[in-house]
Design a protein around this ligand. Structure first.
Ligand code: MN
Length: 234
């Protein structure tokens, strides 16, 4: 069984359940761990949600809306992404996770959608996360992508409804990555590295739907990649 390392955060339970329901074994990675210990015996890394990344990591001046910055968590997760990629481990990055992934690989962020992008949709809907009405907006999924291949059976006309609880977003995508889902207002909602088997970030919260299974294929595909990765074969 593949062991998935998930980064510690305040609302871990849905991430855990989403992985347990597809047969994964979960271990929690937190900033007190040395990187080698965190990754020893770990077959895949899942980056979870949380507060904002300190903008010094991508060359920005702090915006007044910046919230819940955790310097130790930033340092740990940015280093974790780089090391996990070096070891060819599959990565699934959710919400804050897609932002960590993008920054770790050389991209940057919109620090506050509402004040920096006039006319954008509301992306920060704090309603019960797993209720139908919390499907905040649709995303358009790029046909030729890992994301599309995973969601193939659920995709109707290349779009899918998602929830949305973020006030920041990917701005310039990291070199080598491509944008594979966007909201109707143009916000980046998914990125992936096409050069490796599984390195995917999504801006919404698929883990909130583990009871009803809408995004189960994302977690299944991730676990499958972790089970068969070259890192594991070595
Ligand atoms: Mn959104």
């Amino acid at each position: 069984m593949a062991v998935i390392g998930i980064t510690a955060c305040r609302k871990l339970e849905d991430y855990r359940q989403a992985l347990l329901h597809v047969g994964g074994e979960v271990r929690i990675l937190d900033p007190s761990m040395a990187l080698d210990d965190a990754l020893e015996g770990t077959d895949g890394v899942m980056l979870t949600g949380g507060g904002d990344i300190a903008p010094e990591h991508y060359g920005g001046a702090p915006h007044e809306s910046l919230t819940d910055v955790e310097p130790e968590r930033d340092a740990f997760e940015l280093a974790l992404v780089k090391e996990a990629r070096k070891r060819h481990l599959p990565i699934l990055a959710i919400c804050r996770g897609i932002q960590v992934l993008n920054v770790a690989c050389g991209g940057n962020l919109i620090q506050d959608i509402a004040s920096e992008q006039t006319g954008s949709l509301e992306h920060n809907l704090k309603v019960p996360p797993n209720q139908p009405f919390s499907r905040a907006h649709e995303v358009w999924v790029e046909k030729d992508s890992l994301l599309a291949s995973l969601l193939r059976e659920r995709l109707e006309s290349d779009s899918i409804d998602v929830n949305s609880r973020h006030h920041q977003a990917v701005k310039d995508v990291a070199p080598g990555f491509k944008v594979t889902a966007t909201a109707p207002d143009g916000m980046v909602e998914a990125i992936e590295d096409p050069a490796v088997p599984f390195c995917l970030g999504v801006q919404w919260h698929p883990e909130n739907f583990w009871r009803t299974g809408e995004f189960r294929p994302l977690f299944e595909g991730f676990l499958n990649a972790a089970q068969t990765s070259d890192a594991r074969a070595r």
